[in-house]
Design a protein around this ligand. Sequence first.
Ligand code: URA
Length: 209
Amino acid sequence: MHTSAQLIPSTRSVATLRRAAATCQACDLWKMATQTVFGEGPAKASIMFVGEQPGDLEDRSGHPFVGPAGKLFDRALAETGIQRSNVYVTNVVKHFKWSPAERGKRRIHKKPRYSEIEACRPWLDAELAVIKPKVLVCLGASAAQALLGKDFRVSRDRGKLVNSNLAPHVLATVHPSSILRAQDDESRRLQLQAFIEDLRQVARVATRT
Ligand code: URA
């Protein structure tokens, strides 16, 4: 199987999608992952955030954005008045892709391949169809390029509304994990500020009538 399209249930809700996705083997990533990490949030959410793929903690817990990047995301959201419990959060790939560290037991994140993103895409399209977000936000280059085209450059176009038929308002910003990888405290502080600014833009657009 090269795509999850055949697995999408005809009666659609986040719960039925999540149940069906739990057994997805549309690409090989399920073999090394603990479980499918499906999107989470209220079906009536007006904002949907899309990341790349679950990380180590997400894979163990089964919930998206609960690890270090998720904690930073929560902090940044809180600064803008957007409540995490009011938004839908998901990923373009729903299994953790990793390789073992050369030494020790750490599982090192590996970037998903185009074919893996494509195999997983029907899940994201089904989530979009159920949630129908007013604002769709791509977190990082993998999500932005998967959803907005491979020429999309987060460094150039972050925080700008882009034309897309995926939702009434669509934009991309950096992935919170890129802030965690900043060289020093000062650049981390500046990058966090810029991320919060992009999220303020999301909050403004979401409250527009
Ligand atoms: N990074 C992502 O892109 N998604 C998660 O769920 C966690 C970390």
